[in-house]
Design a protein around this ligand. Structure first.
Ligand code: ATP
Length: 242
Protein backbone atom coordinates (compact mmCIF):
# COMPACT_ATOMS: atom_id res chain seq x y z
CA UNK A 1 0.00 0.00 0.00
CA UNK A 2 2.58 2.54 1.21
CA UNK A 3 6.31 1.99 1.06
CA UNK A 4 9.57 3.83 1.45
CA UNK A 5 12.55 2.28 -0.19
CA UNK A 6 15.97 3.47 0.95
CA UNK A 7 14.80 7.08 1.32
CA UNK A 8 17.31 9.81 1.98
CA UNK A 9 16.17 13.33 2.93
CA UNK A 10 18.26 16.47 2.95
CA UNK A 11 17.23 19.89 4.33
CA UNK A 12 18.62 23.09 2.87
CA UNK A 13 20.70 21.12 0.41
CA UNK A 14 23.20 20.03 3.08
CA UNK A 15 21.60 18.63 6.26
CA UNK A 16 21.20 14.88 5.85
CA UNK A 17 18.35 13.79 8.15
CA UNK A 18 17.06 10.48 6.72
CA UNK A 19 19.88 8.15 5.80
CA UNK A 20 18.24 5.40 3.78
CA UNK A 21 14.89 4.56 5.38
CA UNK A 22 12.83 1.57 4.23
CA UNK A 23 9.34 1.05 5.62
CA UNK A 24 6.36 -0.96 4.38
CA UNK A 25 2.85 -0.21 5.59
CA UNK A 26 0.46 -3.02 4.69
CA UNK A 27 -3.10 -2.32 3.55
CA UNK A 28 -5.58 -2.22 6.41
CA UNK A 29 -2.91 -2.28 9.12
CA UNK A 30 -1.59 0.09 11.75
CA UNK A 31 2.16 0.46 11.55
CA UNK A 32 3.97 2.49 14.16
CA UNK A 33 7.21 4.38 13.79
CA UNK A 34 8.93 4.81 17.15
CA UNK A 35 12.00 6.71 18.20
CA UNK A 36 13.39 9.45 20.40
CA UNK A 37 13.12 13.19 19.80
CA UNK A 38 14.88 14.27 16.65
CA UNK A 39 15.29 10.74 15.25
CA UNK A 40 13.61 11.77 12.00
CA UNK A 41 10.07 10.46 12.45
CA UNK A 42 8.26 13.65 11.48
CA UNK A 43 10.59 14.10 8.53
CA UNK A 44 9.61 10.61 7.37
CA UNK A 45 5.93 11.58 7.41
CA UNK A 46 6.68 14.81 5.55
CA UNK A 47 8.63 12.91 2.92
CA UNK A 48 5.49 10.84 2.31
CA UNK A 49 2.89 13.62 2.32
CA UNK A 50 4.85 16.05 0.20
CA UNK A 51 4.99 18.89 2.72
CA UNK A 52 8.77 18.55 2.87
CA UNK A 53 9.06 20.85 -0.12
CA UNK A 54 7.66 23.84 1.73
CA UNK A 55 10.39 23.39 4.36
CA UNK A 56 13.29 23.31 1.94
CA UNK A 57 13.63 19.58 2.33
CA UNK A 58 14.07 17.11 -0.48
CA UNK A 59 14.06 13.36 -1.07
CA UNK A 60 17.51 12.98 -2.60
CA UNK A 61 17.59 9.19 -2.91
CA UNK A 62 15.20 6.27 -2.86
CA UNK A 63 11.48 6.16 -3.57
CA UNK A 64 8.13 6.64 -1.83
CA UNK A 65 5.28 4.65 -3.35
CA UNK A 66 1.55 4.73 -2.72
CA UNK A 67 -0.34 1.86 -4.35
CA UNK A 68 2.58 1.22 -6.66
CA UNK A 69 2.80 4.85 -7.76
CA UNK A 70 5.81 7.09 -7.09
CA UNK A 71 4.78 10.04 -4.91
CA UNK A 72 8.11 11.47 -3.75
CA UNK A 73 8.56 14.92 -5.22
CA UNK A 74 4.81 15.40 -5.68
CA UNK A 75 2.94 18.43 -4.31
CA UNK A 76 1.12 17.78 -1.03
CA UNK A 77 -2.19 18.63 -2.68
CA UNK A 78 -1.71 15.92 -5.32
CA UNK A 79 -0.75 13.36 -2.69
CA UNK A 80 -4.00 14.17 -0.82
CA UNK A 81 -5.94 13.59 -4.03
CA UNK A 82 -4.37 10.15 -4.31
CA UNK A 83 -5.91 9.23 -0.95
CA UNK A 84 -3.40 10.16 1.72
CA UNK A 85 -4.02 12.50 4.67
CA UNK A 86 -1.65 13.73 7.35
CA UNK A 87 -2.53 14.72 10.92
CA UNK A 88 0.22 17.01 12.12
CA UNK A 89 1.86 17.03 15.51
CA UNK A 90 0.30 19.64 17.78
CA UNK A 91 -3.12 19.14 16.11
CA UNK A 92 -3.28 22.50 14.32
CA UNK A 93 -7.03 22.97 14.19
CA UNK A 94 -8.34 26.31 12.92
CA UNK A 95 -9.02 27.74 16.36
CA UNK A 96 -11.28 30.59 15.31
CA UNK A 97 -13.59 28.21 13.42
CA UNK A 98 -16.19 25.95 14.99
CA UNK A 99 -15.74 22.18 15.10
CA UNK A 100 -18.06 21.72 12.13
CA UNK A 101 -16.45 24.51 10.11
CA UNK A 102 -13.11 22.76 10.61
CA UNK A 103 -14.63 19.57 9.21
CA UNK A 104 -16.09 21.39 6.22
CA UNK A 105 -12.66 22.93 5.60
CA UNK A 106 -11.15 19.42 5.67
CA UNK A 107 -13.56 18.41 2.91
CA UNK A 108 -12.41 21.13 0.52
CA UNK A 109 -11.08 18.65 -2.04
CA UNK A 110 -14.63 17.27 -2.38
CA UNK A 111 -16.80 19.92 -3.94
CA UNK A 112 -20.00 17.86 -3.65
CA UNK A 113 -21.70 19.28 -0.55
CA UNK A 114 -23.87 16.20 -0.04
CA UNK A 115 -20.79 14.04 0.14
CA UNK A 116 -19.24 16.49 2.61
CA UNK A 117 -22.35 16.21 4.82
CA UNK A 118 -22.27 12.42 4.66
CA UNK A 119 -18.64 12.38 5.68
CA UNK A 120 -19.30 14.77 8.57
CA UNK A 121 -21.97 12.31 9.78
CA UNK A 122 -19.46 9.47 9.47
CA UNK A 123 -16.95 11.45 11.56
CA UNK A 124 -19.61 12.23 14.20
CA UNK A 125 -20.48 8.54 14.28
CA UNK A 126 -16.95 7.68 15.32
CA UNK A 127 -16.41 10.76 17.48
CA UNK A 128 -19.73 11.54 19.23
CA UNK A 129 -17.97 14.19 21.30
CA UNK A 130 -17.39 16.20 18.15
CA UNK A 131 -21.11 16.19 17.41
CA UNK A 132 -21.76 17.52 20.91
CA UNK A 133 -19.25 20.31 20.27
CA UNK A 134 -20.17 20.99 16.67
CA UNK A 135 -21.03 24.69 17.08
CA UNK A 136 -18.26 25.45 19.55
CA UNK A 137 -15.21 27.43 18.51
CA UNK A 138 -12.50 24.79 18.29
CA UNK A 139 -9.93 26.87 20.17
CA UNK A 140 -12.02 26.20 23.29
CA UNK A 141 -12.08 22.41 22.88
CA UNK A 142 -9.99 20.27 25.23
CA UNK A 143 -6.70 18.86 23.97
CA UNK A 144 -8.29 15.44 23.44
CA UNK A 145 -11.23 16.90 21.53
CA UNK A 146 -8.86 18.91 19.35
CA UNK A 147 -6.96 15.71 18.56
CA UNK A 148 -10.25 14.03 17.63
CA UNK A 149 -11.07 17.02 15.44
CA UNK A 150 -7.66 16.88 13.75
CA UNK A 151 -8.27 13.20 12.91
CA UNK A 152 -11.86 13.94 11.86
CA UNK A 153 -10.71 16.72 9.59
CA UNK A 154 -8.21 14.37 7.94
CA UNK A 155 -11.01 11.84 7.38
CA UNK A 156 -12.98 14.46 5.47
CA UNK A 157 -10.87 13.89 2.35
CA UNK A 158 -11.94 10.19 2.52
CA UNK A 159 -8.33 8.99 2.60
CA UNK A 160 -7.17 5.40 2.24
CA UNK A 161 -4.03 6.11 4.25
CA UNK A 162 -3.66 8.37 7.29
CA UNK A 163 -0.38 9.56 8.77
CA UNK A 164 -0.71 10.36 12.48
CA UNK A 165 2.03 12.36 14.16
CA UNK A 166 2.15 11.91 17.95
CA UNK A 167 -1.57 11.94 18.69
CA UNK A 168 -0.85 11.14 22.35
CA UNK A 169 1.16 14.29 22.94
CA UNK A 170 0.04 16.06 26.11
CA UNK A 171 -3.03 13.86 26.61
CA UNK A 172 -3.98 11.74 29.62
CA UNK A 173 -3.41 7.99 28.99
CA UNK A 174 -7.12 7.20 29.28
CA UNK A 175 -7.96 9.70 26.58
CA UNK A 176 -5.19 8.34 24.37
CA UNK A 177 -6.67 4.86 24.78
CA UNK A 178 -10.08 6.18 23.79
CA UNK A 179 -8.68 7.84 20.66
CA UNK A 180 -6.56 4.82 19.74
CA UNK A 181 -9.61 2.60 20.18
CA UNK A 182 -11.50 4.73 17.67
CA UNK A 183 -8.56 4.63 15.25
CA UNK A 184 -8.61 0.82 15.52
CA UNK A 185 -12.31 0.76 14.69
CA UNK A 186 -11.75 3.06 11.71
CA UNK A 187 -9.08 0.71 10.39
CA UNK A 188 -11.36 -2.30 10.80
CA UNK A 189 -14.57 -0.77 9.47
CA UNK A 190 -13.41 1.74 6.89
CA UNK A 191 -10.49 -0.26 5.51
CA UNK A 192 -8.11 2.49 6.47
CA UNK A 193 -4.35 2.12 6.64
CA UNK A 194 -2.44 4.01 9.33
CA UNK A 195 1.16 5.03 9.86
CA UNK A 196 1.44 6.19 13.47
CA UNK A 197 4.44 8.13 14.75
CA UNK A 198 4.77 7.92 18.51
CA UNK A 199 7.15 8.55 21.36
CA UNK A 200 4.80 6.64 23.63
CA UNK A 201 5.93 3.18 22.56
CA UNK A 202 3.86 1.28 25.13
CA UNK A 203 0.56 2.64 23.88
CA UNK A 204 1.56 2.57 20.21
CA UNK A 205 2.57 -1.11 20.35
CA UNK A 206 -0.78 -1.93 21.95
CA UNK A 207 -2.74 -0.85 18.91
CA UNK A 208 -0.22 -1.40 16.13
CA UNK A 209 0.20 -4.55 14.04
CA UNK A 210 3.76 -3.81 13.06
CA UNK A 211 6.47 -1.42 14.20
CA UNK A 212 9.74 0.23 13.26
CA UNK A 213 12.25 1.90 15.54
CA UNK A 214 14.21 4.83 14.21
CA UNK A 215 17.44 6.24 15.54
CA UNK A 216 19.38 9.08 14.06
CA UNK A 217 17.76 8.87 10.63
CA UNK A 218 17.97 5.10 10.30
CA UNK A 219 15.67 2.16 11.03
CA UNK A 220 17.40 0.09 13.71
CA UNK A 221 14.67 -2.42 14.57
CA UNK A 222 11.59 -3.78 12.88
CA UNK A 223 9.00 -6.42 13.64
CA UNK A 224 5.47 -7.35 14.59
CA UNK A 225 4.13 -5.24 17.47
CA UNK A 226 4.06 -8.38 19.64
CA UNK A 227 7.71 -9.11 18.87
CA UNK A 228 8.75 -5.53 19.56
CA UNK A 229 6.87 -5.54 22.87
CA UNK A 230 9.01 -8.52 23.92
CA UNK A 231 12.27 -7.09 22.63
CA UNK A 232 14.67 -6.33 25.48
CA UNK A 233 16.19 -3.24 23.85
CA UNK A 234 12.80 -1.71 23.24
CA UNK A 235 11.77 -2.43 26.78
CA UNK A 236 14.84 -0.74 28.14
CA UNK A 237 14.99 2.32 25.90
CA UNK A 238 11.41 3.01 24.97
CA UNK A 239 9.11 1.34 27.42
CA UNK A 240 11.09 2.18 30.53
CA UNK A 241 10.85 -1.44 31.74
CA UNK A 242 13.41 -4.18 32.38
P1 ATP B 1 10.19 15.02 17.20
O1 ATP B 1 9.52 13.94 17.92
O2 ATP B 1 10.91 15.99 18.07
O3 ATP B 1 9.33 15.69 16.15
P2 ATP B 1 11.37 13.54 15.08
O4 ATP B 1 11.87 12.17 15.28
O5 ATP B 1 10.05 13.69 14.47
O6 ATP B 1 11.40 14.30 16.43
P3 ATP B 1 12.31 15.31 13.04
O7 ATP B 1 11.39 16.41 13.43
O8 ATP B 1 12.04 14.57 11.81
O9 ATP B 1 12.47 14.29 14.23
O10 ATP B 1 13.78 15.93 12.96
C1 ATP B 1 14.92 15.15 12.64
C2 ATP B 1 16.12 16.05 12.50
O11 ATP B 1 15.95 16.92 11.40
C3 ATP B 1 16.38 16.93 13.72
O12 ATP B 1 17.75 16.96 13.97
C4 ATP B 1 15.89 18.29 13.26
O13 ATP B 1 16.66 19.31 13.87
C5 ATP B 1 16.14 18.25 11.77
N1 ATP B 1 15.18 19.10 11.03
C6 ATP B 1 13.83 18.97 11.07
N2 ATP B 1 13.23 19.89 10.28
C7 ATP B 1 14.22 20.61 9.73
C8 ATP B 1 14.27 21.72 8.81
N3 ATP B 1 13.15 22.24 8.30
N4 ATP B 1 15.48 22.20 8.46
C9 ATP B 1 16.62 21.66 8.97
N5 ATP B 1 16.64 20.62 9.82
C10 ATP B 1 15.49 20.10 10.21
Amino acid sequence: MLSLNNVEVVYDGVILVLKGVSITVGQGTITTLLGANGAGKTTTLKAISGVLRSERGEVTKGAVELNGRRIDGMQAFDVTRLGLAQVFEGRRVFEHLTTEENLVAGGHIRPDMREVRETIELVYGYFPRLRERRYQQSGYLSGGEQQMLAIGRALMSRPKVILLDEPSLGLAPMLVEEIFGIVRKLVQNENLTVLLVEQNATLALEIADHGYVMENGRIVLEGSAAKLRDNADIKEFYLGLN
